[in-house]
Write a protein that binds this ligand. Structure first.
Ligand code: HEM
Length: 142
């Protein structure tokens, strides 16, 4: 789709950051005072971990959240976090993501996973989300 409609690149990058961004959780935050969120009382001084991946699939925020829509309108995702400690490098992150996708599309012809998707090994840990390796088969660009 991106090969045929390169003008979608900007919204595609946002959607990929929403749908499969690199950080599952924001950095840890602390409550300065007791707060109630969704009926749960969190005491003062507690560590709070925001699960960005859950927020980015919130059905109240995104229509068909589990669907990848490269042309998704109003895509205010939290792939870079939120608030005063949101990602300082987000401009660069967007740029790197764009260049990476453009380079793959430019240099490689057709490509697909070389193993079934459920055999891709993911790095352990709750913070980052990335595969250990991603075996693909591809054809040279004609
Ligand atoms: C696509 C690439 C990237 C993603 C998905 C990403 C995502 C994030 C997320 C989710 C946070 C936590 C925000 C929060 O706690 O609310 C963060 C923090 C941060 N990121 Fe990134 N990031 C990316 C690239 C970069 C790059 C390229 C740099 C620097 C060159 C960078 C520098 C930082 C810094 C310094 C913070 C901490 C900000 C603070 O605590 O005030 N990030 N990033």
């Amino acid at each position: 789709m991106l090969r045929e409609q390169p003008e979608l690149m900007e919204s595609a990058v946002e959607e990929l950051l929403r749908y499969a961004g690199g950080m599952q959780m924001a950095s840890f935050h602390y409550t300065k005072e007791e707060v109630e969120i969704g009926g749960v009382t969190i005491p003062r001084g507690e560590v709070v971990a925001f699960v960005l991946f859950a927020a980015n699939r919130d059905p109240e925020q995104f229509e068909n959240p589990d669907q990848l829509d490269l042309n998704r309108p109003d895509n205010s995702h939290l792939g870079f976090g939120l608030g005063m400690h949101n990602c300082l490098g987000q401009k660069l992150g967007r740029m790197l993501t764009t260049v990476a996708i453009e380079t793959v599309l430019e240099r490689i012809g057709d490509f697909q996973l070389a193993v079934p998707a459920d055999q891709v090994h993911w790095r352990p840990g709750a913070l980052l989300r990335a595969p250990h390796e991603l075996p693909v088969v591809f054809t040279a660009k004609s």
